[in-house]
Design a protein around this ligand. Sequence first.
Ligand code: ATP
Ligand code: MG
Length: 614
Amino acid sequence: MAKNITSSSTAEYFSKNLQQVGFSSQTKAILTTLKESMDNSLDACDEDGILPEISVEVEKIGAGTLKNSDLIRVRVEDNGPGLESDDLVKVFGEYLASSKFGRGRCSRGQQGIGISAATTWAQMTNATGVKVISKTKAMRLAISATIEVDIKHNKGVMKNKETLKWDKPHGVSVEFVVDGRVQLAGEGGLITYLTGTSLVNPHLTLKYKLLDQDEVTIERVSKVVPTIPEATAPHPHTMKLGEFMAHSHLFGRVTIAEWLKKGFSRVHEGTLKDLVTAGLKKKILTTSVDKAHESEFKEVYGALQKVQLMAPSTKSVLTIGEEALSKSVLRLGDIDFFSVVTRKPTICDFKPVSVEIAVARFKARSSEASESAVQVLRFANRVPLQFDKSACAIVKAIESVNWRTYGLTQPKDSIPLGPYVIAVSLVSPFIKFKNASKETVDASDELVDELRLALIQAGQKLSRHIRAENRATDLEEKRRHIEQFGPILVDGLCRILEAPANRKKKAEEGLMKLLGRDSRSIEKELAQAVEGREALIAKQQALLGESMPDGEKADVIDVDKMAKEASTEDKETNGKEDKKSSKSAKGKAEKPVEKKAKATAKASSKKSKPEKRV
Ligand SMILES: Nc1ncnc2c1ncn2[C@@H]1O[C@H](COP(=O)(O)OP(=O)(O)OP(=O)(O)O)[C@@H](O)[C@H]1O
Ligand SMILES: [Mg+2]
């Protein structure tokens, strides 16, 4: 028989399992500390309708206590609404304390674990908590304090509380001193996270100073604060029986009929009639929820599963938007083509979701870049995903598309090759992550198919552009040849035939006439190709208004038209591919590593052109 059964607090559990929430290596520990702080700052600004201005400092201040580690100071400061003094202990020192848990809104944070885990890491490796400064609009002076986690009791402890003058009207500053190692570039690098975050948050102004590098500023390209849509009530078909019954406790003494109408989406008066037709006793509907028995809840639940309901609403989904994403993509580096696809929110696995895609091509095309896998940037609720990509729905969808059809090189069932970046943003109030550290999105067949559709639309636009480019290059080449060899040909023919001077002159004239006609038709074709390109660029400029930098020639997708074309073109070219998509998305091995992050990181560290960076 089991003896000495003990129970432990949530904080005890996480302090022993910090690897589950992003602290699984020394480099990841630093990235996660930064990420949790910055994601919170962005969420807080979005919630309060504030245009975020965030500054980040990462500094090496000595040797760490762990083997081969450095002591690193990570500081993140925001201009968000600030936190009340009483809330500081809960936010930074208590697990599962959150204003976002289970709300059904598109926020970066969901669980109430992130920042307390960072405090715990600081405590475990450096025996200090997090140093916080906070000021709300109502406070005259800011509060400064150190917060620690009381691990035994899952409670926050406040130390060294002081008030101080702070030149900010409101905001929060957090400072962690932790063991770890700083990785700047590459998939798990800090710059990859920071530049990626700017890409999908066009309204963010970000300043960062990393180690001994120059400070970088990435200015916002949009002044629109995203309005995070209100959560919609749960849909009865997305709930399990236990959840359904627990949901009733939120409604006190109303009748079951009232509870169903108020507490769920897509349930109306007509639905109640349908429930009775489906066999539910009318009397149950008039019973008060606080008096209803388990058997009655079961009957209501069973009847609800039998009736037809409208699909869940997609109103609670936020999109970045084509215009903002287009402007943002232009900061990725020196690019000469891009297309953006913003798909309308849809339902996948009963949950609303929106997919947005940007495909861009870098100007510099070294042979190394042409042979490397394209750079894939993945985002979930506007947070970069940097690990475990092979299992991710986004990567599976990219691999399942036949990019060769669109003019790219692609090893079988892999990420395509070339100097491109494919950025995929997924936004949903209910993203199904594969792990608590929110690194990989679960690859359900429905979600992979929705992602594929968006990728195919982007691919079609890209292929049209590549074809037009190839045509223009071919025509130019032909013209060059004719101009070069035409006169030599005339001269040679006349010498062979020993033609008199007047015949040679005539032949020259005739041939030149012929060549002239050829050249003119080539010129005409060339002019048409150039005209076509210019029309596309004009369309792009109309979309982006004044902000399109001079000389950046780019292109954008007409989504509605594309959607129509996608359905016809797909039937012709991708019919087979579509059918096999969900099958082919399954069970693939890890694919070649994306390499462009290095280049982006390099570009980001140059101070002179901050607006070009992402
Ligand atoms: N910089 C900040 N400004 C204002 N409020 C904040 C800030 N940081 C955290 N909070 C508040 O503290 C709560 C807890 O943060 P925490 O990171 O632990 O959880 P979360 O963001 O809700 O979810 P997750 O664990 O997924 O990150 C947040 O829900 C938010 O209400
Ligand atoms: Mg958080």
